[in-house]
Design a protein around this ligand. Structure first.
Ligand code: ADP
Ligand code: MG
Length: 312
């Protein structure tokens, strides 16, 4: 309907509604009315916004990963698209499945779009960490699309029918033109649907480099948040690497960017020092330093050859 941009985008929602209703009746854009409404719009800029009111307004979504939500003021702001990224084999899919299972616990409907793995394999992976998701699929709380080959329109249709509160896309790198994905009309349409419906979404992307690199790819610019996964092996044959997670960005949130070590428990990922984990395990994993004091530069930029990150 509105064929041109509004002359001012800070009209309150109520004033915008009035404007749009009149413009619909008139069949054209009406800048005079828009200006008049701006003058009368008492709510414009008047809403009290401070740290406390933001904390009150922003609803936070629990991730279900022990120790994680405390690093981001209690959870991911509802409706955020968070880029979950890192090299292969670092825990991104496990973390994302755990995030959906937390939603299911709260009776939220969830969708997992996997572009590369089959449903059976994903089910096995969840059974591996002590949770058989088939019962949630049967109950209608979870929908998994293995090896998805959907168009944007189909994805939007699925979202409209299933009405999820949480979605995972694993991984976006499958799209051929990844350099332009963020700007593509297909992604913009899906994003609008996600934002309109306040769905909290993890978009997994793959990196060819680890935390030591300061590089970014196009996907890093498209999210409200970035969670980076990595692992470190003492040498390239080290059978038990230390896994790391770093929150590189989370809008509306004071973020603790210190990389944190995590381990795979039988029931999924858990941050070290999160609960009642044995401090001795933490210390041995972190080369005798407590997790909180561990500086990633110690881990990564060390001149000690044995301490370099070695990717699989
Ligand atoms: N329960 C577990 N215990 C130990 N290691 C695990 C467990 N689950 C996954 N892993 C390890 O994590 C890696 C893969 O995790 P995944 O979440 O699929 O990573 P990504 O999606 O980043 O490729 C595997 O290499 C596997 O060794
Ligand atoms: Mg994966």
């Amino acid at each position: 309907m509105r064929d041109k941009h509004p002359i001012h985008t800070t009209l309150s929602i109520d004033a915008m509604r009035i404007l749009e209703r009149y413009e619909k009746e008139l069949g054209s854009k009406n800048t005079v009315l828009e200006r008049a409404l701006m003058g009368m719009d008492k709510l414009r800029f008047k809403e009290k916004i401070d740290t406390q009111s933001i904390s009150r307004i922003v609803k936070r979504v629990n991730t279900g990963i022990p120790g994680f939500d405390g690093l981001i003021e209690g959870g991911i702001p509802e409706g955020f698209v968070v880029v979950v990224t890192g090299p292969p084999g670092t825990g991104k899919t496990t973390f994302s499945l755990q995030f959906l299972l937390e939603g299911i616990k709260n009776n939220e409907r969830c969708i997992f779009f996997s572009f590369e793995e089959m449903v059976e394999q994903l089910i096995k992976q969840t059974v591996r960490f002590g949770c058989d998701i088939r019962e949630y699929i049967d109950k209608g709380l979870l929908e998994i699309f293995g090896f998805s080959r959907f168009s944007a329109e189909e994805i939007i249709e699925i979202i409209n029918i299933f009405k999820p509160k949480r979605i995972v896309f694993d991984s976006l790198n499958i799209f051929s033109d990844t350099s332009d994905f963020r700007r593509s009309i297909q992604w913009r349409n899906i994003l609008k649907e996600i934002k309109d419906k306040k769905i909290t979404c993890f978009a997994i992307t793959e990196k060819r480099y680890g935390l030591e690199s300061r590089e970014f790819d196009e996907f890093d610019f498209m999210g409200d948040g970035i969670i980076f996964f990595d692992k470190r092996q003492k040498h390239h044959l080290d059978p038990s690497p230390t896994y790391f997670i770093q929150i590189q960005k989370m809008r509306l949130t004071k973020v603790n960017e210190m990389p944190r070590a995590f381990i795979f428990m039988d029931h999924g990922i858990e941050l070290i020092g999160a609960t009642n984990l044995d401090k001795k395990i933490a210390a041995s994993l972190m080369d005798q330093k407590p997790a909180q004091e561990q500086n990633i530069m110690d881990c990564i930029d060390s001149t000690d050859e044995n301490k370099r990150i070695s990717l699989p």
